[in-house]
Design a protein around this ligand. Structure first.
Ligand code: NAD
Length: 241
């Protein structure tokens, strides 16, 4: 059992499907109460119904500042605070730079980077009041290197990595830790059109959402009590492949 998650409140954005849903199940299995926050109402409601009373769903567009305030206030009123925030909601898009319009750039920056900033800002007051907290920001291997065509996505994921480190410096004295996870190719709707057998993955297989759950539990709970501002790559070795 991961230390320090029993009874804690964990908030996962983009938690209704894909990697986020795997984080939700793992945190719930570790004893946490879990908030699934997503745009996808049917998927989110089905997931929390399956998990039972230690799970609740909130409709949340992570780019909407007012919605963040409302949802976090609701969770604090119901469950007393937010101990863990996993900023996982994300979208991806691509195209050669001459055919990469402003709308694509704005959309990917808004969800992946601004959404992460808004989430951190929304939960810090309750974490400061509690004197502890763990924020886990989901970046990517694409937040550590260039990648053809993924201009806004790469910029956003580098931004998430940088924001993680500035927050770790600022919030360490308040007992709030902030770290990032950098997945490689993971089998979800986001990557459905990419065949992992063509990728230079030393472990010779694509990743599955469950390949990431040990890392999120480690960073969310007390086993990483002295870890902040860190980045953990979970990619079967792809970034070095
Ligand atoms: P996914 O598309 O399966 O799931 C993304 C989830 O985010 C969905 O439930 C979606 O509804 C939600 N979402 C999107 N926009 C939102 C918004 N504005 N507000 C709230 N929720 C929103 O993708 P995934 O593969 O599970 O990706 C999860 C995270 O992991 C993303 O941040 C992604 O960039 C990152 N990541 C994924 C991979 C991969 O290979 N799949 C690799 C590296 C990083």
């Amino acid at each position: 059992m991961t230390r320090g998650l029993d009874g804690r409140v964990a908030f996962v954005t983009g938690g209704a499907r894909g990697i986020g849903a795997a984080y939700v199940r793992a945190l719930h299995d570790a004893g946490a109460r879990v908030v699934v926050a997503d745009l996808l109402e049917a998927e989110g409601a089905a997931l929390v119904a399956d998990l039972g009373e230690r799970a609740r769903f909130a409709v949340l567009d992570v780019t909407d500042e007012g919605a963040w305030t409302a949802v976090v206030d609701e969770v604090v009123a119901a469950w007393g605070g937010v101990d863990v925030l996993v900023n996982n909601a994300g979208i991806a898009n691509a195209g050669p730079i001459e055919h990469y319009p402003r709308a694509k750039w704005d959309a990917v920056i808004a969800v992946n980077l601004t959404g992460t900033y808004l989430g951190c800002r929304a939960v810090v007051p309750t974490m400061k009041a509690a004197g502890h907290g763990s924020i886990v920001n989901i970046s990517s291997v694409e937040g550590m290197r260039g990648s053809r065509g993924l201009h806004g996505y790469v910029a956003a994921k580098f931004g998430v990595r940088g924001l993680t480190k500035s927050l770790a410096v600022e919030l360490g004295g308040d007992g709030i830790r902030v770290n990032s996870i950098h997945p490689g190719w993971i089998d979800t709707d986001m990557t459905a059109r990419i065949d992992p057998s063509g990728l230079p993955i030393p472990m010779r297989r694509g990743g599955r959402p469950d390949d990431l759950t040990g890392t999120v539990l480690y960073l969310a709970g007390d086993d990483s009590a002295y870890v902040t501002g860190a980045e953990i790559v979970v990619d079967g070795g792809m970034i070095n492949g």
